[in-house]
Write a protein that binds this ligand. Structure first.
Ligand SMILES: NC(=O)c1ccc[n+]([C@@H]2O[C@H](COP(=O)([O-])OP(=O)(O)OC[C@H]3O[C@@H](n4cnc5c(N)ncnc54)[C@H](O)[C@@H]3O)[C@@H](O)[C@H]2O)c1
Ligand SMILES: [Fe+2]
Length: 403
């Protein structure tokens, strides 16, 4: 009954989604991309952007590369440098407040998903000042053009530089939810690999597995995919398998860093069109409740969910295994190829120091996690297997490590 209801919803939603005016952030690729930002601002008539970033990036001097380029070009700007991981409603409101008092007219978000999402949500408030952040949560609650928005990702990554989403945590309840609206797709995505060379191996691994999860969940989508989103997901999987462990071992490999930024952007486009799935639905509950880094949560949960899906995903995982170059195309059983794909993900996790499970999930939180994950996934996400609450429980239990 649940499955039938979800599939009918998704079938109808798919018809509606196909007539929406989808676009991508315009990519500005390659080293030196940061130096082009003043020109992009001028093109869009922005006189005083608000630069939004996090304290780690201020300290590491990465934000200064952008603000330095602005100063050199004589562009006035204001700076908000206090975004926290899994950004909160309070932070979004503080950014919105600064934007208003400083009379800014555009955004530059520098950072991982946290900075980009906090800035996107604040930009949504600029477009809809009478609505609270919570009121903007959900699908198509903004429906109004945002101020010019330049995303400068420093992780690879969330893909937020080209997605419709901003993930925000309700300060009071710890509920992490998404604002999803086409207007949240940034205008430009500056993909400058120089900004990512200083990422630690641990963050490189976790954020890279987030991008892989986007590509895999998008590819497994039951109905919203288009030819382009399928091609982007396959390409992202291929690039990530070829480059993620390279950048984990050698962060200074600029070509591999550039490839990972491209993969993250492609995976971002794929999932924003085709949807994510049960991996993300569970991962978001861990981010909200325990502040678990988003990529780490996905990395751990992904192979468990793929295993749980079983036969339903063998054919598609076999194609992904071929795209990743793990098995030859053509000969061989899909079930074996799918198994190989899942085992390779477990292996990558292990080689990159990602644990098999989590020991901090509390018994008393599980019912709440199931409720949130169910609410996020069903009926919207076109997952290959619709999860009942019991199945969510079983998968959550499978990622727990008991001491
Ligand atoms: N909007 C979307 O479509 C979307 C998609 C997936 C995830 N997300 C959200 O994005 C957030 C996670 O983003 P994230 O994984 O990119 O991490 P993050 O933005 O939280 O950053 C993690 C840490 O990495 C540091 N860091 C980032 N770039 C660095 C660099 N180049 N060098 C050194 N340190 C650097 C930051 O200072 C921070 O401490 C979560 O809230 C998640 O839910 C959003
Ligand atoms: Fe993600």
């Amino acid at each position: 009954m649940l499955t039938l209801f979800c599939r009918i919803f998704q079938f109808l939603f798919n018809i509606g989604a196909r007539v929406l005016p989808w676009r991508k952030a315009i990519p500005v690729e390659g080293t030196g991309g940061v130096a082009k930002i003043p020109l992009l601002l001028r093109e869009r008539g922005v006189k005083k952007p608000l630069v939004v970033t996090d304290p780690g990036l201020v300290k590491a001097g990465i934000a200064a590369r952008v603000t330095g380029a602005l100063e050199e070009a004589g562009v006035a700007f204001a700076l908000f440098g206090d975004v926290e991981p899994n950004p909160s409603v309070n932070t979004v409101n503080a950014i919105f407040g600064l934007y208003t008092t400083e009379r800014c007219d555009g955004f530059i978000a520098i950072g991982g998903g946290s900075s980009m999402d906090a800035a996107k949500a604040a930009a949504a408030r600029v477009a809809r000042p009478r609505r609270s952040v919570n009121q903007l949560g959900g699908l198509l609650r903004v429906c109004k053009r945002l101020p010019p928005f330049i995303a400068v990702p420093t992780t690879a990554g969330t893909g937020s530089e080209t997605t419709i989403a901003a993930l925000i945590t309700d300060t009071a309840t710890h509920h992490k939810y998404a604002i999803m609206d086409l207007s949240l797709i940034p205008l430009y995505a500056v993909l400058d690999p120089e900004l990512t060379v200083g990422l630690s191996p641990a963050i490189t691994a976790a954020t890279g597995m987030d991008a892989l999860t986007h590509a895999v969940e998008a590819y497994l989508c039951w109905t919203y995919n288009t030819g382009e989103s399928i091609a982007f997901a396959l390409d992202a999987v291929r690039i990530i398998f070829a480059n993620l462990e390279k950048v984990y071992k050698n962060g200074a490999d600029i070509d591999a860093r550039a490839a990972m930024l491209r993969a993250s952007y492609k995976a971002g486009f794929a999932f924003t069109r085709a949807g994510v799935g049960n991996v993300h639905a569970i991962a978001h509950t861990l981010g909200g409740l325990y502040n678990t880094p988003h990529g780490l949560a996905n990395a751990v949960i992904l192979p468990h969910v793929l295993e749980d899906y079983g036969e339903a995903v063998h054919r598609k995982l076999a194609r992904l295994a071929e795209a990743a170059g793990l098995v030859p195309a053509g000969k061989g059983e899909d079930a074996d190829k799918a198994k190989r794909f899942i085992e390779t993900i477990y292996g990558m996790n292990e080689r990159m120091g990602i644990p098999k499970g989590f020991d901090f999930i509390k018994d008393e939180d599980i019912d709440q996690m199931i409720k949130w994950a169910d609410k996020e996934s069903n009926p919207l996400y076109p997952v290959p297997v619709i999860y009942s609450r019991e199945r969510f429980r079983a998968v959550i239990e499978s990622v727990r490590i008991r001491n």
